[in-house]
Design a protein around this ligand. Structure first.
Ligand code: AMP
Length: 294
């Protein structure tokens, strides 16, 4: 057995902070599956590492809180940073190398050229977080160019991000295979997220309305078009809007899974769809989504 294929459970990942170190290490890694993250690693990230291990000799994680994708009033400064605990998670999951560049390493000069996500980047998350997907796609493109993975793994939890990364790879002919990973949920249904640590117990109870609304929609989808699932989800959200603390819904939208074009209520659309929801509770903004067959 080649040494790089030996089980590494409990092994300490190599920490790489610069492009130069990364370039030196890369020829020794065999095929690589990259899992880009912003750290504060949780069970959802762990599931991505495990899936990544099925696709390459070596799993590489990147940990970088990307300032380019945060708006001026967003949580860049207070975003949870738990590097030591993250390394333990990576070690336990057999991650071979962690690329953790500084902001200066990632952006040595002002980022003048960025990736334009096109119309798909202007709806849903892109509408509520202007510039968000320019920032995401730009950092993902840079990470892909630096790490040169054969495969990169992204979570379906961020369905619009996954669809846009797939589209960027296609439109820019990037030599990488993109793998989507199912959303990991807590037993009560809440999608696991680094931002869940912001929630007080009462806020967390209110936040359960996101997944509950999506599950209600899934149960109501009966092949009869978008109206029944949309109505079922809206009923759940409306109740949460009057809870204490209340839910503030940014959007609840049915979209085409590939283009993220809206599938309006009242239309006769059938087939695959994604129901996406974004809402705020207290100071925390959460997103979730589910695949439906209309
Ligand atoms: P983040 O660190 O939040 O940027 O997430 C890094 C990657 O993990 C992204 O591809 C996310 O979609 C994915 N991810 C985050 N939460 C989950 C989850 N609950 N289930 C599956 N993937 C997730």
């Amino acid at each position: 057995m080649d040494s790089r294929n030996e089980p590494r459970t409990g092994g300490v990942p190599t920490i790489v902070e610069t492009r130069r170190e990364l370039a030196e290490l890369r020829p020794h890694l065999g095929t690589v599956a990259l899992v880009p993250t912003m750290g504060a690693l949780h069970e959802g990230h762990r599931s991505l590492f495990r899936l990544a291990a099925e696709h390459a000799d070596t799993v590489v994680a990147s940990i970088f809180v990307n300032p380019l994708q945060f708006g001026p009033n967003e949580d860049y400064e207070r975003y949870p940073r738990t590097f030591d605990a993250d390394l333990e998670v990576c070690a336990a999951e057999g991650v071979r190398a962690v690329f953790a560049p500084s902001t200066a390493e990632m952006y040595p000069a002002p980022q003048v050229v960025t990736v334009n996500p096109g119309p798909m980047g202007g709806v849903l998350e892109g509408e509520f977080r202007p510039g968000f997907f320019d920032g995401v796609l730009t950092v993902v493109a840079k990470l892909l160019n630096m790490v040169r993975p054969d495969t990169a793994v992204f979570g379906e939890k961020d369905a619009q991000q996954l669809a846009l990364v797939r589209r960027m790879v296609r439109d820019l002919a990037l030599p990488v295979r993109i793998v989507g990973a199912p959303t990991l949920r807590d037993p009560d249904g809440l999608a696991v997220s680094s931002r869940n640590v912001y929630l007080s117990p009462a806020e967390r109870t209110t936040a359960l309305a996101l997944s509950a609304a999506l599950f209600a929609a899934r149960d109501a989808a009966d092949g009869g078009g978008p109206d029944r699932p949309l109505a079922a989800a809206r009923t759940v959200l409306r109740e949460a809007e009057t809870a204490d603390p209340p839910l503030h819904v940014d959007y609840l939208t049915l979209v085409d899974p590939d283009t993220f074009a809206e599938i309006p209520g009242g239309s006769a659309h059938g087939g695959a769809a994604i129901l996406a929801v974004a809402a705020r509770v207290g100071a925390t903004r959460l997103i979730d989504n589910i695949h439906l067959v209309l």
